[in-house]
Write a new protein. Structure first.
Length: 194
């Protein structure tokens, strides 16, 4: 934890989570109950005693036709996730992109752009001192470079089993998560504690 001298302000930290990227990395680690992960506590842990000023979660919204049973189930799970993220306990702002279907595959659209714009605008408008970016998407590197050029710090949070060397190279600081560090944020009694 950082010490502060008298008169010195705590650094202001903003946490930006790329939802799909985070979900698939947790799934790779066989983390259960991802919908009810303790996102708020996780963000506080990442802030390491600094002032946490904003928490944003970026994800494509699942759309489903009435007769699409699998799509409806995915949509219902996402609604539960959104309610959990936006709960008073977690306090996340959810930034929504969309999901496009093309040639039998699904693609998330608009999410990376929103994340990149938010970290750059936040730096320009002096909304934070440190951006904690939980994403291994190298499309974010130009935004990371701009944020650093504006005098802000960028902490890349990735996963030890699938790090992004590009993000590590361009971030001010990198944190690669181990499964043991994630386990304390798995929320077994989720529904009761909302």
């Amino acid at each position: 934890m950082e010490k502060k001298t008298s008169g010195e302000q705590k650094q202001r930290v903003a946490v930006f989570i790329d939802g799909s990227n985070f979900y698939y990395k947790l799934r790779d680690l066989h983390i259960p109950n991802i919908t009810y992960f303790q996102y708020g506590n996780f963000s506080t842990w990442l802030a390491r005693g600094r002032q946490l000023v904003t928490k944003k979660y970026y994800v494509g919204v699942v759309r489903a036709l009435d007769n699409d049973e699998k799509g409806q189930k995915m949509r219902q799970n996402q609604v539960r996730l959104f309610n959990h993220l936006a709960s008073q306990k977690n306090g996340f702002v959810i930034e929504r992109g969309y999901i496009m279907h093309h040639d039998g595959a699904f693609y998330e659209k608009g999410v990376d752009v929103k994340l990149a714009v938010d970290i750059v605008v936040g730096a320009y408008e002096n909304l934070y001192d440190v951006a904690i970016v939980v994403s291994s998407d190298t499309d974010l590197i130009p935004a990371v470079q701009k944020v650093k050029a504006l005098g802000k710090e960028v902490e890349y949070v990735g996963f030890a089993h699938k790090p992004s060397f590009g993000m590590q190279k361009h971030a001010t600081l990198s944190k690669l998560l181990l499964k043991d560090e994630i386990i304390p944020f798995v929320f077994a009694q989720s529904m009761r504690n909302e």
